[in-house]
Structure formats: C-alpha cells, structure tokens
Design a protein around this ligand. Sequence first.
Ligand code: SAM
Length: 260
Amino acid sequence: TSFGFKQVQEDEKSKLVGNVFSTVASSYDLMNDLMSTGLHRLWKDRLVSMLHPFAGMKHLDVAGGTGDAAFRVLESINSVSNKALQEGLADTKQETKIFVCDINPNMLNVGKMRAIERGFGEDRSLHWVEGDAEALSFADGSMDGYTIAFGIRNVTHIEKALSEAYRVLKRGGRFLCLELSHVELPVFKQIYDYYSFSIIPAMGELVAGDRASYQYLVESIHRFPNQETFAQMILDAGFEKVEYDNLVGGVVAIHSGLKL
Ligand code: SAM
C-alpha cells in the first residue's frame, strides 16, 4: 500500500537523519576531547559530584544536549541507591526524575541515541524536553537540582536563564553551572589566548570542517562575564552561598548557589 511505502520512506529518513546526527555528534565529541585534552569529562564528573545526587531527586539539566551531565547524575544515583538498598536505607517511594532540556531537538536526539548506547534506553528516570533556558516549562519549586554545562554562554539573556533556574528550584535546591571562563595568570593567559584564538579555529576546520563555529566559540568565551561578575549575577537572581571554583587556572569555572 502507499501507506506502507510512506512508512518505509519515513523509517529510511529517520535512519538517515540519525546517521547525520551521529556524525555531527561524534565530531562534536572529538572536538571536545581535543580542545580540552579530554578534561571536559573530568570537569563534568566534578560538576555532578558537587550536586550530591540522591535517589528520588528531581533534577533538571539545561542545555543538556548529548546527555553527558544527565547520565552522570543517573550513574551516581544508581551507585548510591544500590549501596543504600543494601543497607535498607533507600527511599523507594520517591521516583527519580532527571529532565534533559535543550532548545535544539537534534541535540536531544543525539542524547536519546546515546542513552540507548549506554544502556539507559529503558531507564524511566530520564525525560527529554525541548525547551528554552529563558522560559522553562517546569513548575515553580519543582526541582532539587539544576545544572547547566557549557550552555549558559549560548543563552541570549543570561539573567532570564538565571531567574528561571531560581524559579524552578525548591527551597534548598542547588544551582550549578560549568562554563568556560577567564584565565588571569599572566604567562598562562598569553599561552591560552594563543591556543584559543589560533589553534582552536584551525582545529575546528581540520576536524569538524567548520572554522566559523569554532571562531564563534572562542569569541563567545571572551565575551562571557568573568568569574566575579557572573557570581554577582547569580546573587542578583536571588541565590545565596554563591561560590565558584576555577579549574585549570580559570579555563573553566564551576559556579554554585543555593535557593534558600
Ligand atoms: N551540556 C552539553 C555538554 O556539556 O556537552 C552540551 C553543551 S553544547 C556546547 C550547548 C547546548 O546548549 C546545545 O545543545 C544547544 O542546543 C543548547 N542551547 C543553546 N541555547 C539554549 C537555550 N536558550 N535553551 C536551552 N538550550 C540551549
């Protein structure tokens, strides 16, 4: 039937689209590994360890694209709750929910494929939501945790994203942001500037065939507010106990805050 034909066409199409995404995603991953010499994995581990994930928590990872942070939250909960179960401490009444929110449905598709590859395909805690960090679809006071990794730099109005983070968190909820930041150490700064302005765009051209995007990436890092300014913006959104950790001399910073 014509319906059957159409179905086959659509299956083919989604397979093709899937292939395109996996190509994009793998060059994206390769670039992340090359640019950060693999360190972005450790930085994401650090981000999630600062979150202190727990079984039954409601967590929102914004700009979560490929699922990198969400999978770590899930792995952490699984290991902790396994231990707790053995000790008879797990709160099995509360359902764990980890929401991955991204404005780009293609990135969410990459994440969903990754989830399957990693054996999380059947995991009912993961929820994929298309949405804008500046106007979240989640209820006020609904989340125990909020993370955003290499995402807030891309948001048009950072203040709006911060006030949305504040709104959706419960009292006691934790905000954590991992972002490329500013290097101030004199010699290291010169090396880093050379690396970012000269080497990264060239690498982008060579590896991903896309110089312009990586040029943009470098410029957006330089435009982003420095550690102190960004901390002040988080305070202005209403958060308390605002702190930040510089990693690799400020190449990356993790900012945290609590909604009290
Ligand atoms: N968090 C992932 C990671 O660390 O690998 C992905 C980071 S990627 C550099 C930036 C992501 O931000 C992209 O997936 C992009 O679609 C998303 N993004 C950009 N603007 C956004 C917005 N206003 N709201 C939600 N997501 C956004």
